[in-house]
Design a protein around this ligand. Structure first.
Ligand SMILES: *Cc1c(COP(=O)(O)O)cnc(C)c1O
Length: 380
């Protein structure tokens, strides 16, 4: 019999059976009335989850495709923009902006830092920027930024606010309109409980106007005006990812039926449980020990143990998939994701496997305490 596998990463995440079933149905044509109905419903549900009146468009792409579309549609080569980063995904904004020949002022904070709004304000006062590129949940470190405050600073200085909410949307509060976020990018394989392959992007009137100015960085496929025009006609510019959109419509229906607030509360408690279990083992957290960090828990590998070996042992011996550190953090940390289709038993399973793997690797940890502590923290 094949081994039962557990997916405990901050993307991809497990997909609920209801969503898998919707995606197993025979393909329908994307210009027919049945798909049109599901597409319109899905687009409306996306607005509810994004907390916005703005249009939300979808691309058949990973989350990075949505980020790429933001840079190329808003900006023209030579535009001055600010990227405020504190980890791998934040730095990706700078890489994309450099690819398009923008003039990038990069506020590059240490990986693991919480982005400081005062640094953003200082940069904007020195040199105004057309747009500010932010990361809400920095999945590489587990840090969740104070997005409301950062966005307020950028707005005050007249910049467009563009945010990577790929791992935060539907996991923790994202208030697109109330916080003045011009562009919010999400990805299907995180808290939206779908397989990888869909990017969703919300576009404010100001961002839309910027995308209609002449001289934008050229992109034929990731083209906002074309996508928005098609959306106005209840369709898509090109063949959409039909299966994923049908699945997303079901997943968003489930999320909205349960209620966003209930989902946020669940993620807060899962985060608490995971951190409590890790600390009970005697391990040290890398991500902040705060409720806001409810997306992914990053843990320092114990002295003398390679973080990659923890991940490898958990996967190969116990069929539990977590992830290690990226870039400079590789080998030094491991990360447990807890967004989307997760419950407390996923956390206790992950903690049990961490415990077993660390014993296998000869680490000196407290045994038998993690699961009890996690359950208690979840109930608090
Ligand atoms: C997963 C993730 C991405 C990358 O998305 P892809 O779907 O791999 O392109 C970008 N930013 C954050 C914060 C993420 O968590």
């Amino acid at each position: 019999m094949p081994e039962k596998k557990y997916m405990m990463t901050p993307g991809p995440t497990p997909v609920p059976p209801e969503v898998l079933l919707a995606m197993a149905e025979p393909i329908i044509h994307h210009r027919g009335a049945d798909f049109r109905h599901a597409f319109v419903e899905c687009s409306e549900r996306l607005k509810e989850v994004f907390k916005t009146k703005n249009d939300v468009i979808m691309f058949a792409a990973s989350g990075t495709g949505g980020m790429d579309s933001a840079v190329s549609n808003i900006n023209a080569p030579g535009d001055r923009v600010i990227v405020h980063s504190a980890g791998n995904f934040g730095e990706r904004w700078a890489k994309i902006a450099n690819t398009y020949g923008l003039e990038v002022a990069h506020i590059k904070e240490e990986w693991g830092a919480t982005p400081d709004p005062a640094k953003l304000a200082a940069e904007l006062e020195k040199n105004p920027a057309k747009a500010v590129y932010l990361t809400h949940s920095e999945t590489s470190t587990g840090v969740v930024a104070d997005l409301q405050q950062l966005a307020a600073v950028a707005k005050e200085h007249g910049a467009l606010v563009v945010v990577d909410c790929i791992s935060s949307l539907a996991a923790i509060p994202v208030e697109t309109d109330a916080w003045g976020l011009d562009v919010v990018v999400a990805g299907s394989q995180k808290a939206l409980m779908l397989p990888p392959g869909l990017a969703a992007v919300s576009i404010s009137d100001a961002a839309r106007a910027a995308s209609e100015e002449p001289g934008r960085c050229p992109s034929f496929f990731l083209n906002w005006p074309a996508a928005l025009k098609a959306l106005g006609n209840e369709t898509t510019a090109f063949t959409p990812a039909v299966t994923l959109i049908l699945g997303m419509n079901v997943a968003l229906g489930m999320i909205l039926e349960e209620g966003l607030e209930t989902r946020f509360d669940m993620h807060t408690r899962l985060g608490r449980a995971c951190r409590a279990g890790i600390k009970a083992m005697g391990l040290e957290l890398f991500s902040p020990d705060e409720d806001r960090s409810a997306v992914v828990t990053a843990v320092k590998a114990p002295e003398g143990v390679d973080g990659q070996k923890i991940v490898g042992t958990m996967r190969d011996k116990y069929a539990v998939q977590i992830v290690g550190g990226q870039g400079i953090l590789k080998g030094h940390i491991f990360r447990i994701g807890h967004i989307g289709y997760y419950d407390i038993f996923d956390i206790t399973t992950a903690l049990s496997a961490v415990e077993l793997a660390l014993v296998d690797l000869g680490a000196d940890i407290n045994r038998g305490a993690a699961v009890t502590s996690a359950l208690a923290a979840f109930e608090e």
